[in-house]
Design a protein around this ligand. Sequence first.
Ligand code: SF4
Length: 397
Amino acid sequence: GQCVNACPCGALDYRREKGKVFRAINDSNKVVVGFVAPAVRSIVSSYFGIPYDEASPFMAGILRKMGFDKIFDFSFAADLTIVEETTEFLTRVDKKGVMPQFTSCCPGWVNFVEKRYPQIIPHLSTCKSPQQMMGATVKNHYAKLAGVKKDDLFVVSIVPCLAKKHEAARPEFAPEGIRDVDAVLTSSEMLEMVELLRIKTSDIVPQEFDDPYKRVTGAGVLFGASGGVAEAALRMAVEKLTGNVLTDHLDFEEIRGFEGLKEATVDANGTNVRVAVISGLHNAEPIVEKIIQGVDVGYDLIEVMACPGGCICGAGHPVPEKIDAMEKRQQVLVNIDKTAEYRKSQENPDILRLYNEFYGEANSHLAHELLHTSYTPKVGDNACNTVRKKANSTFVT
Ligand code: SF4
């Protein structure tokens, strides 16, 4: 209990959920929907010895064999997040809102802000993470489309992340008592289920993800590694600011890789977009402290991922080096992006259709209701802060 409360990013609130998922799969009244995060396919690629270009269909084949009724790609939700978050960013630029804008797709980082630095909550994007956007979209849009009651849908997210278990269980993500995401499996738990079910490589039939969220972009896949969110956002922001379709310079290589802080300044027809990419929470602290002191840190958009290197190093993955190297995990995602049919989130035809049919437009009233959230200061909630306050008399609550 004490450890769980003390953890600044929520990762120690670790609930094993294999049993819950097995029960749902065996319940004939439930439609079990799985969606799988980009970073998981780099593990699957190494674990089964599958080349990168076969990792996505192979991943879909594994979930089908496990008994999932509908299989979607988390990268679709990453595309949706980029459209919502970049629209919010451009509105802040236009209306001179609170800047810099921090990303909010990593629940480890969001928990850290709520617990340690609630003063910067106004800088956090109001966008839910891709996991919660996908859950809310499945429970509202897909339920209606398929004529299934929300109660009969059991939505499982498969991720590299322990903090996402804590996130899915937050009360604000269970409107009317029905959770948007019913269970969260880590990559390691999923591989354990594959072993328990005695699924062999030869049993797996590679296949496409399901409609209506079948198509994804390379930008969405890049979310799995540090810098991917900022790179995907830049591919949209530059287009919107210049009014020109971005055909070359889609690769922002300066913000890829494993350093704790990476920077890029992109000229969009005279408007400079200054981006910082941070991975590892300790690397965020100096910048956050400066912002609290009113110092201009010289950035417009800051991506923060709690895990060093981003989700490819998430604690829910098998330990790196035992199975593969971090660079290899990143390369799988970069290669998928390079060869993708669509490389910009705003060009994903299934995203465009979802807006036409359901959300209307980015940041619409309905989008705000289902895809955005608000944050609550949680200082004083945990033992860690007590220790910290004693150690640091300058800490302001
Ligand atoms: Fe989870 Fe780590 Fe990815 Fe954040 S960076 S979403 S804590 S795996």
